[in-house]
Design a protein around this ligand. Structure first.
Ligand code: 3H9
Length: 713
């Protein structure tokens, strides 16, 4: 315990330091250590004030999420209990100053708010991100936060889950001072100032000014709940957070805390909390590759050269410049380079207009990107990313060329979304240095990068790719080299099934509505229209060889192509689009679907939303299971992360494989068998799914059992 929390004194100020790396979570031992240290400080007559600070890189990043995971899964002895420590802090007779750097998140901010005063360095981040884990602040945060920042700001912070920086926290009244210079020195000086003023320490729970009138109009909370529903579709926790804040307004502090406890208990016992906590750890687990040790050396990437200034190349250039990397952006003719740079500039200008960052930052980022027609300077690049047109011949030629120019320790990456990375690597004399970096469009926004591991890809190259993804603020997931890799390989059967459903009697609108009600960010037909139906068609052509006799293929897509309906870019695809790109139903498409079904001898029938979800999602799950069986993904959780960060799968369902676990693998497999009987061998259950279903197991348990999994194929 004494290692987790240390107590020293400096000139009459007790300094309590939390040392629980890496993020000073409130793990068992930390609250107890804090209480003991406070007790000692209280008893020490030479101490006039107390400063609580985090050791290492941060203040307190919250409750220990591992403890919450235990509580959510019904293991352990229930959620952690912080009320005692909060009371000890707030009731301390000597002023307690919280000194914040790094992050004060969740329980971290709740501890900070129990202090009498808070100071922070300018880049400290403070917030209540609990909703991202499917829970609400459960350590009196919903009661103290509105007392400090007012009800509206408290709702915003708890519903959005987004942290704010210290200067904004100061404006809101969440902290008392932004510190320049050394935080501890400043906090000690501040604590002395307060002690010199004398008087009683200021207790947050006794502040009422910002709670408004004693009974804020209930209709305001109705409006905030509506807002929460819009911001966090289908999610329970944001609504419960509003309930808890309403209790802060309407109930005395202790009763409000009791209400918060009840609401917290409801949330932590929900499927949503389990799924979101799974997603939290899954996102961090992807960086761990069983045969690539943590200490694998990485190449230092400072400069990047990109081939192709189109949508992907431009987006990747922005992602790199945003992270402070210098970028050479090459294309074949001046017009293409200028167009690429102009789009980058426009995107940045939009961000400046929206207040996301300053003009100065935009100028710095633009200055990092140089457009050019030649390979000049490529010889110095630490990383070369090819983002040219999706053609094997072209890519092989490019890799042959860059192989001759690049320095020996330059990582060579292809942004291919479908092609064989081994074949591309074979065009070079150093296949070990070649890796796939499959960014998702728009690459400056989307968080996912599939890191495609070829047969020869060297471990330091993989470790470098993972480190780069993190540096770019993205989530890198290592996948094996199979057609479509993981994400697109699962997408294809999903798209196909959706198209079959409309031929059998559903409409694109019904399918999309069922999918968005399920929680998908977009319906699959809207996705098709956005990405371009020509692209979807081209991808399908790539997989033609997988089509087998007796397997019915949907036919409408091809007809849309013949009609020139390529999606949003031509103003029409599965939907028709107005000038604002808003989709509207198109009777022509409905007629085309019906005619196609008739020609194909498909009897149209009523299709329920339930069938839509089962067929679209289960086919995806089955493909995911095949991918795992074949070793193209390390864990089921990796597949989840790919779908959560790249394909708009609802986070509160934890990803497709986790969702399958929650439905029950036997139930999923049995429905897949039904569909196999009705629709043919396309629906053959994967051997892994069969095995786990028969054994009454889950993908999560399978992952856990394979902690030391063999390398990917
Ligand atoms: C809460 O507080 C509830 C309360 O209201 C009270 C309830 C009663 N616990 O992300 P990183 C681990 S809910 C346990 O790679 P970064 C993480 O798993 C909590 N472990 O670093 C990883 O482990 P590993 C509210 C945690 O620098 C390592 O730390 N708080 C926790 O990119 C490094 O993490 C949050 O939701 C934790 N709280 O980002 C904040 N946090 O190396 C959650 C991290 O073994 N945390 N770990 O894979 C974050 O958002 C980021 O971790 C943070 C650092 C921004 C802090």
């Amino acid at each position: 315990m004494e290692n987790l929390v240390n107590l020293t004194t400096q000139d009459g100020v007790a300094v309590i330091t939390i040392n629980n790396p890496p993020v000073n979570a409130l793990s068992p031992g930390v609250p107890e250590g804090l209480v003991a240290a406070l007790d000692a400080a209280q008893k020490d007559a030479s101490v006039r004030a107390v400063v609580i600070i985090g050791g290492g890189r941060t203040f307190i990043a919250g409750a220990d999420i591992k403890e919450l995971e235990l509580a959510a899964s019904g293991r352990g002895s229930g959620p952690p209990e912080f009320h005692g420590i909060l009371k000890s802090i707030e009731d301390c007779a000597k002023p307690v100053v919280m000194a914040i750097h790094g992050t004060a998140l969740g329980g971290g901010n709740e501890v900070a708010m129990a202090g009498h005063y808070r100071v922070a360095v300018a880049d400290a981040q403070i917030g209540q991100p609990e909703v991202n884990l499917g829970i609400i602040p459960g350590a009196e945060g919903t009661q103290r936060l509105p007392r400090l920042v007012g009800v509206q700001a408290a709702v915003d912070l708890c519903v959005s889950g987004k942290p704010i920086r210290a200067p904004e926290a100061l404006k809101l009244g969440l902290i008392d001072r932004v510190m320049e210079g050394d935080l501890l020195t400043g906090a000690i000086a501040f604590a002395r100032e307060i002690a010199d003023q004398g008087g009683h320490p200021r207790k947050t729970r006794e502040l009422y000014d910002k709670l408004g009138s004693e009974f804020v109009d209930a209709s305001i909370f109705v409006a905030w709940r509506d807002q929460a529903r819009k911001m966090r579709r289908n999610m329970l926790a944001p609504l419960k957070a509003v309930d808890a804040i309403e209790a802060a307004v309407n109930l005395p502090f202790d009763e409000g805390c009791q209400r918060e406890r009840e609401l917290f208990a409801e949330c932590i016992a929900s499927d949503q909390a389990r799924a979101l906590i799974h997603a939290f750890f899954a996102e961090r687990a992807v960086a761990k590759i069983p045969d690539v040790p943590k200490d694998t050396p990485v190449y230092n990437i400072r400069s990047v050269a990109i081939i192709g200034a189109g949508t992907m190349g431009g987006g990747i250039a922005m992602a790199c410049a945003n992270a402070g990397l210098s970028v050479l952006l090459k294309d074949l003719d001046r017009a293409a380079v200028d167009r690429g740079l102009a789009i980058i500039r426009k995107n940045y200008e939009n961000s400046v207009k929206k207040g996301r960052f300053s003009q100065e930052i935009m100028d710095q980022r633009m200055a990092l990107i140089d457009g050019q027609l030649t390979y000049d300077g490529f010889e110095k690049a630490d990383l070369i990313i090819e983002a040219a047109f999706e053609s094997m011949e072209l890519k092989k030629r490019i890799f042959g060329e860059i192989d001759k120019i690049a320095k020996a320790d330059c990582v060579l990456a292809s942004n291919t979304s479908t092609l064989d990375i081994d074949e591309i690597a074979a065009a070079t004399s150093r296949p070990g240095m070649v890796v796939g970096l499959h960014f998702f469009s728009p690459a400056n926004v989307m968080r996912l990068v599939e890191i495609v591991r070829g047969k020869a890809t060297a471990k330091p190259v993989l470790a470098t790719a993972l480190a780069l993804a993190k540096k770019l603020g993205k989530v890198g997931v290592v996948v094996g080299n199979c057609r479509g890799f993981v994400g697109n390989r699962m997408m294809l059967p999903y798209m196909r099934e959706a198209q079959l459903l409309v031929e059998e009697g559903a409409t694109p609108e019904q399918v999309d509505r069922a999918l968005t009600n399920f929680g998908m960010a977009m319906g699959i037909f809207a996705v098709d229209d956005m990405g371009g139906i020509d692209l979807a068609y081209r991808v399908r052509q790539e997989y033609k060889h997988l089509e087998k006799p007796g397997v019915r293929m949907p036919l409408v897509l091809e007809k849309l192509i013949h009609l020139g309906r390529y999606g949003q870019k031509t103003g029409a695809g599965w939907y028709r689009y107005d000038e604002n790109r808003k989709p509207v139903s198109d009777p022509e498409v409905h007629a085309l679907i019906e005619k196609t079904a008739q020609e194909g001898g498909v009897e149209r029938r009523h299709i329920s939303d339930e069938e839509i979800i089962e067929r679209c999602i289960y086919i995806m799950i089955n493909e995911g299971a095949k991918i795992l069986d074949e070793g193209y993904a390390t864990r089921a959780a990796d597949v989840d992360v790919i779908y959560l960060t790249g394909y708009g799968f609802p986070a509160y369902r934890g990803g497709p494989m986790w969702y399958a676990d929650t439905v029950g693998l036997k139930k999923v497999r049995d429905r897949i068998r039904d569909f196999r009987a009705q629709h043919g061998e396309w629906w053959e259950p994967s051997p892994l799914l069969n095995k786990l279903a028969d054994e009454g197991e889950t993908f999560a348990a399978w992952d856990a059992a394979r902690e030391q999994a063999p390398a990917l194929v």
